[in-house]
Design a protein around this ligand. Sequence first.
Ligand SMILES: *Cc1c(COP(=O)(O)O)cnc(C)c1O
Length: 423
Amino acid sequence: MNSPLALLGGTPAVRKPEPHFTWPPVSDSTHKAVTDQLGRAVSIYDRSGIIAHLEDALADYFGVQYALLTSSGTAALYSMYASAGIRPGMEVIVPAYTFFATVTPLLHLGAIPILAECDERGNLDPADVVARITHRTRAIVVTHMWGTPADTSELRRIADLHRLRLFEDGSHAHGAIGSSRKVGAFGDAAAFSMNGPKPLSAGEGGFLLTDDPEIYYGALLHGQYNKRCRSEIPETDTLHRYAVTGMGLKHRIHPVAAAIGLEQLARLGSYLDGRERVAGRMIQFLNRVPGISVVEPIEGDRSSWYGMILKYEPAELDGLPIDRYFEAVQAEGAIEADRPGSTCPLNLLPLFQEPGALFPGLASRFAYAPGQFPRAEAFHGSIIKLPVWHQEDDFRTADNYAEAFRKVSAHHTDLIETGAKRG
Ligand SMILES: *Cc1c(COP(=O)(O)O)cnc(C)c1O
């Protein structure tokens, strides 16, 4: 058959050589920040030097009292839950649709994750949260998926009404704005990753934000111990006597990673502005393409555009399966288009179906199964993720990617016919 689709022998829409997207942006000033740090200190035990500089800058950027750097986002989440008093048997309502590390630290604390459904943006659905509150519920956790702020003001209202802790996982959403405030400032505490591709990247690292001194001191004891704890936890605090050992875990960030993080933070605003421009351009184009629609933030909110999520609607393309559509998009050279795999509804993962082999204490406490979260599962099954570039130099790549989708949708019947012939 003669088709313009690259999958069927036509010319690809994206012909730029790889890579098409890299993150974080590494410039001369990033190199300088690293070499400068190598000359200063590569190991820091207290809140001094680059550690203090970055923590101060983060507290300032997010408008919170305390920022605590950690070795990873997972460590920040773990310290956040431990310091806020999450204990064995407590129920914590979490998104069914999130990256698993939002929830796995709770398992180490013996808490029971109560999964809840998502809304049409893939974010935690406040109404379903309310439906799952019991007398054992202690907290609600929300992730701002792919950078789109969740309905934070409603979740805050629900948490206050039921006297529950509200925790945020902001790992996709540094600098995103929900209800006129930066995400990370709504919860009793928030945890962020600064892992490789995250909007604010230190290569590896994470941080915790809170206004609550008890959570801050608890998080210090959970993973920083000795010098930091002795100098920062007031002697009048009942926990000060544990300062030397803390809880015996170590979650310190590497000073070189902190140096990268500080250098990147200075440019985060310009990255986000750039992404907003590219996203606007892509949305205008893509929302006219049959078969897909862009997940956009709530009116007035602002995404970090960690990913641009396209919802696939097969009914608009004569029922063409998403697998075949996606195959054709990739063949157009849109290699950064992705169907997220490991970030999936947690009830689809063995760890949440049969936790007992790895967490014996939780063996009989929960056992999720496929089919229990139809909205989260349908969302996961129907999305294609794109990166959002931030520089004008990348307008062309973004346009070519959008063109790949337009082309595949416009010629989708070619795929149905060839599919039928093959089958
Ligand atoms: C990346 C990520 C984490 C884990 O962060 P690490 O720094 O990789 O430990 C947790 N939650 C979400 C939503 C993430 O995207």
